[in-house]
Design a protein around this ligand. Structure first.
Ligand code: SAM
Length: 371
């Protein structure tokens, strides 16, 4: 963490150097809960001027700044961010977008049975709500796991937008429709004060989904626990001797039922564990991957085995399946790659192609408004 950053004031003077955003045709975005920049990178690819990303986790700074050259990373708890802070970041006269994807862990189906209210992050969507209420940006977007739709905090968020006069649209997006080789489903909300908001349909809608082979089939082989010398992010977690044996008898797109009984986990030998067929499994080459979670580097956590190499997928492979370009920089040259931390950030990210589609849709909204 940059020791001085917490004490550094968030900009409070309006920026005047963002000509494109302030000429009425551009959109300037602030991304709260920006993480390593998945959403920001996608928005920027659509032409949005992302002026700042805010996140409490300082380990997001390098990837965010390295790939978002014009945006500043502000390491701050969103609860300490004020409307004045945001107003100082948006260039004067810009069409403002406030983007914010609050942590999804409290709502994830992987945590079924856990009361989200017991988790402090439950309240974080309310912080986005507060910032929208206080700044009333022209555009708002958020993304989360579909289960959030049934939570009071989400209903309150939508009602707040409608009461403020926003047009709001919400849809569950399948990432394969946006060109990803991943079966991820996410709820996307877009809100506009400039005409009717609509969640963008993916441009691959109705097409055969991209496959794991098409996405990562070109990457060089590596061994479990090793990284590629030319790309340290192409690194996979080591396997215990038992898990290596299990991996070696696992079939592409198969299950642990393909293993001899003596290799099966105790829980899988019991009738109650037989349903969990997607743990300790390899992906198939010719279909999309499952949802890339924050634990994709862990063989026991899902269908995260490489289709043919004896290892789980690498950080780079997970990032590509999440729609990051192969060139995305995650760690400074020469520094070690923090597998668990980076794995969490990659699994948490909004796939950039989804962000790009959202950004494009806001531009269409702005154009229609001008017409
Ligand atoms: C779902 S991830 C965001 C992913 C990001 N939008 C992307 O596309 O890469 C949620 C982020 O919220 C951050 N976060 C959690 N609590 C926070 C807080 N109180 N203030 C600011 N950021 C917070 C986490 O560090 C995490 O990076």
């Amino acid at each position: 963490m940059d020791m001085n950053d917490r004490d550094r004031p968030v900009l409070t003077e309006p920026r005047t150097d963002m000509a494109a955003a302030s000429d009425g045709n551009g959109i300037a975005a602030i991304d709260v809960f920006c993480g390593i920049g998945g959403l920001s990178y996608g928005l920027a690819a659509a032409g949005v001027d992302v002026v700042a990303g805010i996140d409490v986790d300082g380990s997001c700074r390098f990837p965010f700044e390295a790939n978002m050259s014009d945006a500043q990373f502000i390491e701050r708890d969103v609860r300490d961010i004020t409307a004045e802070n945001l107003s100082g970041l948006w260039p004067e006269g810009a069409t403002r977008l406030l983007a914010g994807c609050a942590p999804c862990q409290p709502f994830s189906s992987y945590r079924k049975g856990v009361n989200p209210s017991s988790d402090g992050r439950w309240e974080l969507l309310r912080e986005l709500s507060r910032l929208v209420t206080e700044t009333k940006p022209e555009f708002v977007t958020t993304e989360n796991v579909p289960r959030i739709m049934h939570k009071a905090v989400f209903g309150d968020f939508v009602r707040m937008l409608e009461c403020l006069g926003y047009s709001v649209d919400i849809d569950v997006c399948r990432c394969t429709d946006y060109g990803l080789a991943q079966n991820r489903r996410r709820i996307v909300l877009v809100a506009s004060r400039l005409g009717t908001a609509t969640v963008p349909e993916g441009d691959q809608y109705g097409q055969p989904p991209k496959t794991v082979r098409q996405a990562i089939g070109n990457l060089a082989p590596i061994e479990a626990g090793r990284s590629h010398e030319a790309d340290p992010v192409h690194r996979s977690r080591g396997l215990s001797p038992l898990n290596l044996k299990r991996m070696m008898v696992s079939k592409p797109d198969g299950t642990w039922r393909d293993w001899p009984t003596e290799l099966r986990a105790q829980c899988h030998r019991r009738a109650s564990g037989a349903a969990f067929k997607n743990a300790y499994a390899r992906m198939g080459w010719d279909k999309p991957s499952p949802t890339i979670t924050t634990y994709f580097h862990n063989f026991g956590a899902g269908r995260f085995g490489h289709p043919e190499q004896n290892r789980t997928i690498s950080l780079r492979e997970a990032a590509i399946l999440q729609g990051f370009p192969e060139s995305y920089q995650f760690v400074p040259d020469g520094e070690s790659v923090p597998l668990t931390t980076l794995g969490r950030h990659i699994g948490n990210a909004v796939p950039p192609p989804l962000g790009e589609a959202i950004g494009r849709r806001f531009f269409q909204n702005l154009e229609q408004h001008h017409e």
